[in-house]
Each structure stands twice: as structure tokens, then as C-alpha cells.
Write a protein that binds this ligand. Structure first.
Ligand SMILES: NC(=O)c1ccc[n+]([C@@H]2O[C@H](COP(=O)([O-])OP(=O)(O)OC[C@H]3O[C@@H](n4cnc5c(N)ncnc54)[C@H](OP(=O)(O)O)[C@@H]3O)[C@@H](O)[C@H]2O)c1
Length: 435
């Protein structure tokens, strides 16, 4: 039999231990599909004494994960430590310098340093694989980069963070506010003790930056992603969304846009969005992730599944290992670094679309006229308006839905509206997506 593929595994947390279990449990199937056994020979983590619920007997232990790169018994380095910098980055750079293939689940690393790492992998002539970095068990990297490679992609839309989707789903189902559901999610282990990476949209933005690079064949540009999280979404807005026929989801959207006046380019944004309740993505609930890809020949493709967890994430890591065992390799971003596109990033101010605006205004004559006059001055036209309840002299919610509007105009109007003395709270603005 051909010699086994020998793995050096850095990180024995949720995903690392999941990978050890998977490689043991499905060893026969993996050997058949890889054409040879895939075995872990060396490992590294911080705490050597920790009981991880799996046997590490017979595995070589390295206190320093970077030492895995130089270990001559290792063919492939698997990085499952996490973080854009620090030991994860050092290890990946060292492994590529040693001309060893790398598999990682680290979206932060890929989003922030992916362009330089792709150059390093290309120079070394080895694969840098990262199926697990986006949407866990969903094979979206392969789908976009290989399965749909012949298509010009118009748009990629994703529910890319399970924690946010879980919180928004429960807020929708139970009519409860964000802080309450977040606390409950933390208690149940669906949200981290420090949840900011998830709920402020950073995690989704890392994943979207990776998807945008693959979809549009250009270097990864995390800093160009516009990011908003879900902290400002209230039960009140979710209720109004329902009344208007929408669901609120945290979406990552990367699209090829041409807002006019030579502004064509790629728009990449992560923010809460209203989607029609009948849209397939509106029905992706709880911790599930989904990605909708629109290509010129294939049409619309939707993938849905578990975006995190030991099993799904290990499934994606192990699939990359089979590719490497078989010698299958694709350039990191789908095309060699020299042939990537140079299409510019379009800033969020140039976004064009309809908006939902919710104000808390003092219930007295003339207030709505003041608000609509400001919108008119900025060229914003209204599709509909909702006002619920009457409480003379007190604050009541007013909802305005606009026709297609340029974001910069909407923002100017919003600044002036927020400054009106009849407007009692910071207004809530949510972008509306067609579907
Ligand atoms: N969890 C998921 O569902 C999921 C899904 C998709 C992608 N990912 C990505 O997969 C990666 C791993 O995630 P995870 O959830 O498995 O993380 P985790 O449970 O926190 O595990 C991290 C592991 O890295 C080790 N580690 C940390 N610092 C180290 C250092 N300086 N030297 C050596 N080892 C070190 C830790 O060692 P100790 O155990 O000794 O502390 C631990 O074993 C991350 O990039 C994450 O974004 C995770």
C-alpha cells in the first residue's frame, strides 16, 4: 500500500478533537477515498496534561506548535488553534516555508492575511486548504471555487454566523429582546462569554471576505467589508418586520454592482437585513448557516447546513486532507495570484436599495411632516409608513419604508431626522434585500 499521509495537528480543542475522532471512526472509508491511510502522528496544544476525552497515546507531542512545521515525520500541517496572528499564523507561515501543505479552519487568519499566505503557498507550490473556515460543514469553498468555477458570480448571500442566527430566530419566535436572549444563549453554550466577535458581525465578515475573494476572483479584502452586528435589533423591529412580510437575518452579502458614474466594483457588507418571509434564506433558522450563490450559467444555488461544531467542522477539514492525499490542488483563491482581478471595492455609501427606518417620535401634530420633508430634501421617496398606537405627548414608534435609495442620501437624512427634538431615540435603520 502507498505510505500513509502523516498529519501534524496543532490545536486539540473542539475541532481538533473532533478531527481525531472522525479520522479514527471513519478510517476505512477515508483510506479508500484518499487512496492511503490518513493518520495523525504529532500534535500540539497548550496544556499537555488536559484530559481531552480521546487517547493521545503514540502521538508525538510538541509544546511549540511551530515545531510541527519542521518535524520530518509530518507531511501535512493542520492548524486548528485559531486567531489571525500569534501561533496560528507563525505555524502556517513556517509550514509553507518548509513546503508542507496546510489545512486550516481559521477564517480570521485567511481574511486578514490570506493574500500574503496565498502568495507563500503558490511560491512553495503546496496547497493551503480551508474548507472548514467558512460555514463549517457546508462545502461552500469547493462549491464556489470548483463546482461553479465557470460562472460569473453576480452575488453571494449568506447566513454565516450561527450564534446571531440563533439569537434572531429566538427573538422572532418568542418576541423577546436581544439582551435577554443573548444571556440565555450564553447560559446554554450557544454564545461565548465574550460574544462580541459573533454579535458585532466580525466573524461573519471574516467569512464573507473569503467568499467574496473566491466569488469574484480577487485578493481577499477584509478591511473593505462594511460590518454591523445585531445589538441594535429590538423585538419591536422584528415585530414590524413581520407585519411588513419580512424576517430579520444577519446577512453577509458580496455582489458585483454598478451604481453608475464609473463606480462599478464589488460591494461586501455584513449587517442585519430584512428578507421577504417566503425567501428560502428567511427560513434558515437556529444555528444553521446557508449560502445562496447566483451565477450566470448555473442560476441560483443554495447550500444549507451546520456552520459550526466538532463533527461538521472536522468533516470539512478531513475532506481537505483527502484532496491533499490524492494530490488534488487548486490555487488558494481559485486562480493564481497574478491572474486575480483588480476590481475595486465599492463603499457602503454607494449602496442602493430600499430601507426600513423606525423612529420613536413624540405624538404631536407636524412631526411626521418634518420627517418626510427631510427625506424629500434628500431625494428619498417613501413606499409606506406605519404608525401604531396613539399616546398624545408621548413617544410612539413610526416606521417608514423607502423605495430604492442611495445610502449616502439616507444617512444624510438620518442625521437630520435624529437631530429633531421630537425624535426621542436613536433611529433604527435596516436595509431591505429583494430575496
Ligand atoms: N468550533 C467550531 O465550531 C469552529 C467552526 C469553524 C471553524 N472553527 C475554527 O477552528 C479553529 C479552532 O477552533 P476551536 O473551536 O476548536 O478552538 P478551541 O476549542 O478554543 O481550541 C483551540 C486549541 O488551540 C490550542 N492552543 C491555543 N493556543 C495555543 C498555543 N499557543 N500553542 C499551542 N496550542 C494552542 C488550545 O490548547 P489547549 O486545549 O491546551 O488550551 C486548544 O486545544 C479556529 O480557527 C476556529 O475559528 C471552529
Amino acid at each position: 500500500m502507498t505510505h500513509p499521509l502523516s498529519i501534524g495537528l496543532a490545536g486539540l480543542g473542539t475541532v481538533g478533537v473532533g478531527l481525531l475522532r472522525l479520522l479514527a471512526q471513519n478510517a476505512d472509508l477515508i483510506t479508500a477515498r484518499a487512496g492511503r491511510p490518513v493518520i495523525v502522528t504529532a500534535v500540539s496544544a497548550r496544556d499537555r496534561g488536559r484530559d481531552r476525552g480521546v487517547s493521545l497515546a503514540g502521538l508525538h507531542w510538541h509544546d511549540d506548535p511551530v515545531a510541527l512545521a519542521a518535524d520530518p515525520s509530518i507531511d501535512v500541517v493542520v492548524e486548528l488553534i485559531g486567531g489571525a496572528d500569534g501561533p496560528a499564523r507563525h505555524l502556517v507561515e513556517a509550514a509553507l516555508a518548509e513546503r508542507k501543505p496546510v489545512v486550516t479552519a481559521n477564517k480570521a487568519l485567511l481574511a486578514v492575511h490570506g493574500a500574503a499566505l496565498a502568495h507563500a503557498a503558490e511560491a512553495a507550490g503546496v496547497p493551503l486548504a480551508f474548507e472548514a473556515a467558512v460555514a463549517g460543514g457546508i462545502p461552500v469553498i469547493k462549491a464556489l471555487r470548483e463546482g461553479l468555477a465557470v460562472n460569473r458570480i453576480a452575488r453571494v448571500t449568506g447566513i454565516l454566523n450561527g450564534t446571531c442566527n440563533y439569537i434572531l430566530t429566538r427573538m422572532t419566535d418568542e418576541g423577546r429582546d436581544f439582551a435577554e436572549i443573548l444571556a440565555d444563549a450564553q447560559r446554554l453554550g450557544y454564545a461565548e462569554t465574550d460574544p462580541s466577535f459573533d454579535i458585532d458581525g466580525i466573524d461573519a465578515a471574516h467569512k464573507l471576505a473569503i467568499l467574496a475573494a473566491l466569488a469574484f476572483g480577487r485578493p481577499v479584502a477584509f478591511e473593505a467589508v462594511h460590518v454591523e452586528g445585531i445589538r441594535a435589533i429590538s423585538a419591536l423591529d422584528i415585530g414590524f418586520a413581520r407585519e411588513l412580510g419580512y424576517r430579520i437575518k444577519l446577512l453577509g452579502i458580496a455582489s458585483s454592482v454598478d451604481p453608475g458614474a464609473s463606480e462599478a466594483g464589488i460591494e461586501a457588507r455584513v449587517h442585519p437585513a430584512m428578507v421577504p418571509e417566503h425567501a428560502p434564506i428567511a427560513r434558515v433558522d437556529g444555528v444553521f448557516n446557508a449560502i445562496v450563490i447566483e451565477g450566470d450559467f448555473v442560476g441560483r444555488v443554495m447550500l444549507e447546513g451546520r456552520g459550526a461544531g466538532a463533527g461538521p467542522t472536522a468533516s470539512a477539514v478531513a475532506a481537505d486532507l483527502i484532496d491533499i492525499a490524492r494530490g488534488r490542488a487548486t490555487p488558494v483563491w481559485g486562480a493564481s495570484a497574478g491572474s486575480l482581478s483588480t476590481s475595486p471595492s465599492v463603499p457602503i455609501g454607494q449602496h442602493v436599495g430600499p430601507y426600513y427606518l423606525r423612529l420613536m417620535v413624540v405624538d404631536r401634530p407636524g412631526v411626521i411632516a418634518d420627517v418626510t420633508a427631510i427625506l424629500r430634501d434628500q431625494g428619498v421617496s417613501l413606499e409606506s409608513m406605519l404608525q401604531r398606537g396613539r399616546a398624545p405627548g408621548e413617544a410612539v414608534p413610526v416606521v417608514l419604508v423607502t423605495h430604492e435609495t442611495r445610502e449616502s442620501a439616507m444617512r444624510s437624512a438620518l442625521g437630520r431626522i435624529a437631530a429633531l427634538d421630537a425624535v426621542m431615540e436613536k433611529p433604527t435603520l435596516v436595509r431591505i434585500e429583494a430575496d
